[in-house]
Design a protein around this ligand. Structure first.
Ligand SMILES: NC(=O)c1ccc[n+]([C@@H]2O[C@H](COP(=O)([O-])OP(=O)(O)OC[C@H]3O[C@@H](n4cnc5c(N)ncnc54)[C@H](OP(=O)(O)O)[C@@H]3O)[C@@H](O)[C@H]2O)c1
Length: 331
């Protein structure tokens, strides 16, 4: 089969051996895969415990073409999405020490075929196209946990989705609007802010403009929740826009550590700074159900042919996207 293989010195489509099934597994013919920033971090050598060669990709939608047991034959021919959690464990609040994410060290979805455990499969919701469905799993799960379990969003709350152009952030945005919050956005791109306003954002600010986010916060009486993945030096400004007892929920630190963190601002404001990582299998099922209930359509940035997968990664590296970057593997 063809797969995008990351090696020390190359990142190319290669012909590799098609994976075989172990008990309670299924072989999926991938229609579409989707990128997450994790894939680009790994490509750049900026991720923990990288094992090469690797076939990346945590997200995918495809058809079940083989199962290892007769009792699972009802899956054959079904179009599915894949829960990218491996061994989340029994505690819904935090992953187990054995936790892994599909795609490095296990083989990922940027390949014509992938083998996953049968309990990772979920039938594709009918209302989604195959390419939309491919973009849902990891980003949707991360956004769902951050917004609902950590942020505890409620109708009427002021919520800021920071860097809304990101693959996860756009889900947090769609979910917060569907939950009835007053949703505000920040982005480095005016066009993204303008589109979000047509999709339910109350207002937005460009984080590249000095004080723009701070002024937005002031103008709305502060935010109850901020969902962020950038951190870095902008974190103090963001914390300053929270209402007393407000929550800063972050699931990444794309901009790295802040040089200084204003601790007084945090304790004086009774602020909560909450880390979040993906979500449990229960959250995964709830997230898909929530999307179905509200008929939420993942925002797709661009679809690349499999042969142009590296260009898809370059687009993510550049930060040019709005929403999910999809790769057409086999369709
Ligand atoms: N912990 C977890 O479970 C988990 C899960 C998924 C992702 N992550 C991490 O979360 C981060 C985002 O992942 P992703 O897949 O959504 O990546 P992505 O699609 O590449 O999105 C990154 C976004 O970050 C935004 N950004 C860049 N600089 C910013 C700044 N100074 N302030 C605010 N926003 C800024 C940009 O938004 P605009 O385009 O709007 O400017 C950009 O689109 C990555 O660091 C990733 O590793 C963690």
């Amino acid at each position: 089969m063809q797969a995008l293989v990351l090696r020390e010195d190359s990142f190319l489509l290669e012909t590799v051996v098609k994976p075989t099934l172990k008990p309670q597994q299924a072989l999926i013919k991938i229609y579409y895969a989707a990128l997450n920033h994790r894939d680009q971090w790994i490509r750049d050598g900026q991720y923990a415990k990288i094992q090469l060669p690797a076939i990346l990709g945590s997200d995918g939608c495809g058809e079940v073409i083989e199962v290892s047991e007769k009792e699972n034959e009802n899956w054959l021919g079904k179009t599915v999405i894949i829960n990218p959690n491996i061994d989340w464990g029994n505690n819904p609040n935090v992953q187990s020490k054995d936790f892994q994410i599909l795609g490095m060290p296990t083989q990922g979805t940027l390949a014509e075929f992938v083998v996953v455990d049968i309990d990772r499969l979920l039938e594709k919701p009918n209302y989604l196209s195959n390419e939309q469905a491919a973009g849902l799993p990891l980003g949707g799960l991360t956004a769902f946990n951050a917004l609902f379990n950590k942020g505890k969003v409620e109708k009427g709350m002021n919520v800021l989705i920071s860097g809304v152009g990101g693959g996860v952030a756009q889900f947090a945005f769609l979910f917060a609007v569907a939950a009835g919050a007053n949703v505000y956005v920040s982005s480095g791109k005016q066009a993204v802010i303008d589109t979000c306003k047509t999709l339910g954002a109350k207002d937005g600010a460009n984080y590249k403009e000095t004080n723009a986010v701070k002024n937005l916060g002031k103008s709305v009486g502060g935010f109850d929740i901020i969902i962020d993945s950038a951190c870095g030096d902008g974190m103090n400004e963001l914390l300053g826009t929270l209402k007393p007892c407000g929550k800063f929920v972050f699931y990444g630190a794309t901009r790295g550590l802040p040089k200084d963190l204003n601790m007084r601002q945090i304790f004086w404001g009774h602020l909560q700074v909450l880390g979040s990582t993906m979500g449990s299998d229960i959250d995964f099922a709830k997230m898909v159900q929530f999307c179905e209930q509200h008929q939420l359509q993942p925002i797709i940035d661009k679809i690349f042919d499999f042969e142009n997968s590296v260009a898809a990664f370059d687009r993510m590296k550049e930060g040019a996207q709005f929403g999910k970057i999809i790769v057409n593997v086999n369709h």
